[in-house]
Ligand binder design. Structure first.
Ligand SMILES: [Zn+2]
Length: 327
């Protein structure tokens, strides 16, 4: 998990508040599920939720928010609570292995250090390999008194059915557009809208500033393509190896073309404006093709062919400095 998320271990994100309160209500009614799949869309703060829930469960007071004073809170905040376990994928395969699972079940056979809960997080739970999952099934069914398993997943479709069927599935809500924007602004992000255009509904990813890296990567690809149009197929394969990748590229190009069109317009209509607007239209066509189930690479290839033609045309005209894609 990121340092930031760890540091804010007791804070829940605004759009997660109600879901956390519901679990607190269940706990007070002695009906808290002991094995939960916590699922959330990527970039919406799943780890924050899991950490906030864990922090609350480890507090010995368990008022509405962790008290911050008890030994449970102090050890949790210091990152060394003996009853808080977190299992992450290991090795080249980046899997949660049977050895890791055995180590945990052995620990669980020992008595707890505190009177409160013992919380085991597995993240991401879909990385449990089959052997590890099999070794864990019995424990998930009967975790033992005071033990809570949190199986975190941003790709719940990839969870093994045997795991899912033994857990209560909790869907952590995603933010509304307004909540996402507002939260980013409280994080000191002034261009929240343009970042959310690249990562719609994913404020945590928008915050990570990945968009800048991605912009650089896409710009480099387009520059390379212009220098060597014969590379078209390879470029499209790199940009659009999956549907998500293709969508991200199209969102980036659309946002980029749109802001180019706006800046050209300020200087009066020009070839640049036309080219930016036409580039934007190409992204709309490609999105339509994706929705109609055209394979992502083909949709992006078709766009790039038209984009290259636009660029070539504009170079022939005077005032041909056109920023439809790369700068
Ligand atoms: Zn406390």
């Amino acid at each position: 998990m990121s340092q930031d998320a760890a540091a804010i271990a007791t804070a829940v994100l605004p759009w997660q508040q109600a879901a956390l309160q519901e679990l607190q209500r269940l706990e007070r009614a002695a009906r808290l599920p002991q094995t939960m799949v916590l699922q959330a869309a990527r970039g919406t703060g799943l780890e924050y939720f899991a950490q906030a829930l864990t922090g609350w469960l480890l507090c010995q007071q368990r008022t509405d928010t962790p008290c911050g004073q008890c030994s449970g809170c102090r050890q949790w905040r210091a990152g060394n609570h003996p009853d808080a376990l977190r299992i992450l994928p290991e090795g080249a395969a980046q899997e949660i292995t049977v050895d890791q699972v055995r180590a945990v079940t052995e620990l669980l056979s020992l008595s707890r250090h505190h009177q409160g809960y013992r919380v085991v997080q597995l993240y991401p739970a879909e990385r449990l390999n089959r052997n590890a999952a099999n070794a864990l099934l019995k424990t998930l069914e009967e975790p033992g008194e005071g033990t809570v398993f949190l199986l975190l997943s941003e790709q719940p479709r990839n969870l093994l059915p045997t795991i899912r069927s033994r857990a209560q599935v909790i869907t952590v809500p995603r933010p509304s557009e307004a909540q996402a924007r507002e939260w980013l602004m409280t994080q000191g992000i002034s261009d929240a809208d343009s970042r959310l255009a690249i990562y719609p509904g994913q404020p945590l990813r928008a915050l990570e500033d990945e968009d800048r890296e991605i912009a650089t990567e896409f710009e480099a690809e387009l520059q390379q393509l212009e220098a060597a149009p014969s590379e078209l197929t390879n470029v499209a394969r790199r940009i659009a190896s999956t549907r998500d990748d293709a969508t991200r590229f199209l969102e980036w190009l659309a946002t980029h073309a749109w802001s180019d069109a706006a800046s050209h317009l300020e200087a009066g209509p020009s070839v640049g404006t036309t080219c930016a607007v036409e580039t934007y239209q190409l992204t709309l066509q490609a999105r339509g093709a994706l929705r109609a189930n055209t394979p992502p690479q083909l949709a992006v290839e078709a766009l790039l062919v038209s984009w290259l033609a636009l660029r070539a045309q504009s170079r022939k005209r005077p005032n041909g400095d056109m920023h439809g894609g790369s700068r």
